[in-house]
Write a protein that binds this ligand. Structure first.
Ligand code: ADP
Ligand code: MG
Length: 339
């Protein structure tokens, strides 16, 4: 077995690419470590030909303040995600897989060409565009609906949920349940109900941070938590990013964007899937994620302590009287950002 390399050591990375025949012996690509992620090393490699890759190597211990571990073998799940999402998501949304090396816990995909911007940065600067929200909802609906329609063999391929457990249910919901006893029953019941729902492909990390905007088109990254499960998780997770930004910026446009997101998603996914169960579960996951992003292992860094307390109180109150429709829950945001 070859020695474990660290791709952030660019000399090691170049030697590895040469030894494995990925590049010529005399080729010296330009390497640049990318920031923004917490669970992987990410390096952009630009070859003399102009072709550019992004190499991703999974970490066993995540780069967050509290201890948080996850098996780096999950990089193989991400490679499977890249391959299958390419056929499910709208064209151009998914970066092509170049190669995978499971023993090194790494993969290479095509780099998104410059110029591009991270959508989280764009949103935090207050640059909110209806066309981006429309794509954000449309991409998710396409994945959920097409995967549900094709079912086999996707269900078997993505059956394992151990990474969803270790990267989402434990650090977000179960950890928050320990920190916030008033919401522990709500969160524990939601975990049990989520585990019982096996409906379609769930991305598991559907966040603006994992989206690049290039020429006004959204490109989706970071598929290591993908699994067959409860699509309402993606809705709650995604809505939490819009609503927490509404809260942080005290900006009603982000609440309206959350409404638009639901409208576009519901139309695109269709009435068969946009049923009462999905709407009620989406409302519960939104409450749980709003709480987890202030009381879980991965708190949102842009909320100040006062906002964190307010969001926690808002979510605890919402957990006491669950909304049956996600749209009703979004309306409750007006109590957090008075107009
Ligand atoms: N294919 C790509 N092209 C350009 N930039 C990328 C690509 N993949 C990742 N990145 C950059 O690296 C960052 C981290 O990648 P990501 O897949 O989200 O890793 P993590 O799992 O660590 O969050 C992204 O936010 C993005 O800025
Ligand atoms: Mg990421």
């Amino acid at each position: 077995m070859s020695e474990q390399i660290d791709i952030e050591q660019h000399d090691q990375l170049i030697a590895y690419l040469r030894d494995t025949g990925r590049i010529a012996r005399d080729e010296t690509p330009a390497c640049r470590t990318l920031t923004g992620g917490v669970s992987n090393r990410t390096v952009r490699v630009e070859r003399a030909s102009g072709e550019a890759w992004v190499l991703k190597q999974a970490l066993g211990k995540l780069r967050v303040k509290v201890d948080w571990f996850s098996d780096p073998a999950r990089i193989h799940r991400e490679a499977l995600g890249l391959q299958h999402l390419a056929t499910l998501a709208p064209p151009g949304t998914i970066t092509p897989l170049i190669f995978e090396d499971p023993p090194q816990h790494l993969l290479a995909m095509a780099a998104v060409p410059q110029p591009h911007e991270n959508w989280k940065t764009v949103l935090l600067a207050g640059r909110l565009e209806a066309g981006h929200i429309e794509q954000f909802a449309g991409i998710l609906a396409a994945i959920h609906r097409r995967a549900a329609e094709s079912r086999r063999p996707l269900r078997e391929i993505f059956d394992d949920r151990s990474f969803f457990e270790s990267l989402r249910l434990e650090p977000y919901y179960l950890y928050a349940a320990e920190q916030v006893p008033e919401a522990s029953d709500f969160l524990n019941q939601l975990v049990a109900d989520t585990r019982a729902r096996r409906l379609t492909l769930v991305h598991g990390d559907y966040s603006p941070k994992n989206i690049l905007v290039r020429e006004d088109r959204l490109v989706l990254l970071d598929h290591e938590v993908i699994h067959w499960g409860d699509p309402a998780f993606d809705l709650g997770f995604a809505l939490t990013h819009l609503l927490s930004k509404a809260h942080h910026r005290r900006d009603p446009r982000f609440v309206r964007a959350a409404v638009q997101f639901c409208d576009v998603y519901s139309t695109a996914v269709g009435p068969l899937y946009w049923n009462q169960n999905l709407q009620a579960m989406a409302a519960r996951h939104t409450v749980a994620c709003m709480l987890a992003r202030v009381a879980g292992r991965s708190p949102l860094e842009y909320l100040d302590p006062r906002q964190q307390r307010a969001q926690r109180e808002w979510a605890v109150a919402a957990a006491r009287t669950p909304s049956t429709h996600v749209r009703d829950l979004i309306d409750l945001m007006w109590t957090l950002i008075p107009t």
